[in-house]
Design a protein around this ligand. Structure first.
Ligand code: COA
Ligand code: MG
Length: 291
C-alpha cells in the first residue's frame, strides 16, 4: 500500500499487545495504535512502552503507522510524542484539537523530537481530530495550521458529547459538523476522514454510514474492528462501473476535442472539462490503489 493511501485506518488499543501484533496482518491502509481514549488513565504509561516497541515491528513489516496521542491539555501529549517520534512512525493523530495554536505547539515539540531522533524536521505528519463545537468553528484554521497536516478527522462521539445531544442512526446530529470538516479539509488540500462506526457487529449500518460520508467528500474512515475493513476499503475505492464510465467519458471527450468541440454528450449527459477532470482523477486514484 502506498504511504499516502488512506481509506481505512484501524484503531488498536495501545495497551493490547496481542491485538497490535495481530494487526500487522490485517488489510487496513493505516494502523493506529491508540494512546488516547481506548487506554484507561492507569495504563497510559504501560501503553506508551508497548506502542514504542510495536511501531518499529509494524513499520519494518511494511505497514503505515500513525499512533493517536492524547490532547495537548491533558499533559500527556509530550510524553506520548517522545515515545513514538522517529523513523518508525509516518505521523501522529492528535485527539480533541480545538485551535491552530495547539497544532503550532505540537509542531514545535515535534521539531525538537525529530532533531533528537535524527529524522528530517517535518517527517512526522499530523492528523488532528475535530470533535468539539470550537473545533468545527476553527476547522479551516486547524486544517491549514501546518504543512505537517495530511488529513483531518471528525470525531462524532466527542462532538455530540460536547453538544449535549444524542447519537442516532441517521446521524442528523453530526451532519453539519461532518460537512464542515470535509469542506475545510478540501480547502486546506488535505484528506477528510470520517468518524469510527461504533456498532461493529452491524455491517449494514456501517455501509449506510460510509454511503452518507461519500457525497460529503470524505475519502477515508476509521475502523475499530477488523470486520469493518473490507467494507471501508471497497466503498472508498472506485467501483468497476465508475471506472468504466470514466474511461468512456475520456474517450468521448478526446473524440470531441479532435473534432474541435469543448463539450460533448454521453448517454444524454453533458461532458465538459470538469466532468473529464473528475474522470481523470478517479482513474489516477484507482492506479494508486493498484500500485
Ligand atoms: N485491532 C486488532 N485486532 C482486533 C481489533 C482491533 N481493533 N478488534 C478486535 N480484534 C481481534 C480480537 O482480538 C479477536 O482476536 P482473536 O480472534 O485472535 O481473539 C478478533 O479480532 C475478534 O474480536 P471480537 O471478539 O469480535 O471483538 P472483541 O470483543 O475482542 O473486541 C472491541 C471488541 C471493540 C473491544 C475491540 O474491537 C477494540 O478494542 N477496538 C478498538 C477500540 C479503540 O481503539 N477505540 C478507540 C477509537 S474510537
Ligand atoms: Mg474522540
Amino acid at each position: 500500500v502506498p504511504m499516502d493511501m488512506f481509506r481505512s485506518l484501524l484503531f488498536v488499543p495501545g495497551n493490547r499487545e496481542e491485538m497490535l501484533t495481530k494487526a500487522a496482518g490485517l488489510p487496513a491502509d493505516v494502523l493506529v495504535p491508540d494512546l488516547e481514549d481506548s487506554v484507561p488513565d492507569g495504563e497510559k504509561e504501560h501503553a506508551r512502552e508497548i506502542v514504542r516497541d510495536v511501531v518499529k515491528t509494524l513499520t519494518q513489516a511494511g505497514r503505515t503507522v500513525i499512533p493517536r496521542i492524547n490532547a495537548l491539555d491533558t499533559g500527556l501529549a509530550r510524553d506520548d510524542l517522545a515515545a513514538v517520534v522517529g523513523p518508525n512512525v509516518y505521523g501522529v493523530t492528535v485527539g480533541k484539537v480545538t485551535s491552530a495554536w495547539e497544532i503550532e505547539q505540537v509542531s514545535a515539540i515535534l521539531d525538537g523530537l525529530e532533531e533528537q531522533a535524527g529524522v528530517e524536521i517535518g517527517h512526522t505528519r499530523l492528523i488532528p481530530w475535530l470533535e468539539s463545537a470550537m473545533a468545527i468553528v476553527n476547522a479551516y484554521q486547524i486544517a491549514s495550521a501546518s504543512p505537517r497536516i495530511v488529513a483531518v478527522a471528525i470525531g462524532a462521539e466527542d462532538f455530540t458529547n460536547d453538544m449535549s445531544v444524542q447519537r442516532s442512526d441517521g446521524g442528523d446530529e453530526v451532519r453539519y459538523a461532518r460537512s464542515v470538516v470535509a469542506v475545510a479539509a478540501r480547502a486546506a488540500g488535505v484528506i477528510a476522514i470520517d468518524t469510527p462506526y461504533v456498532n461493529f457487529r452491524d455491517a449494514e449500518g456501517l455501509e449506510r454510514e460510509v454511503r452518507s460520508a461519500l457525497p460529503l467528500g470524505f475519502k477515508a474512515k476509521f475502523a475499530i474492528h477488523p470486520a469493518q475493513l473490507e467494507t471501508i476499503n471497497t466503498l472508498f475505492s472506485p467501483s468497476e462501473e465508475e471506472l468504466e464510465y470514466a474511461r468512456q467519458v475520456i474517450a468521448a471527450f478526446t473524440q470531441a476535442e479532435a473534432e474541435g468541440r469543448g463539450s460533448t454528450s454521453l448517454d444524454g449527459k453533458m461532458i465538459d472539462i470538469p466532468v473529464v477532470k473528475r474522470a481523470q482523477n478517479l482513474l489516477a486514484f484507482s492506479d494508486t490503489i493498484a500500485a
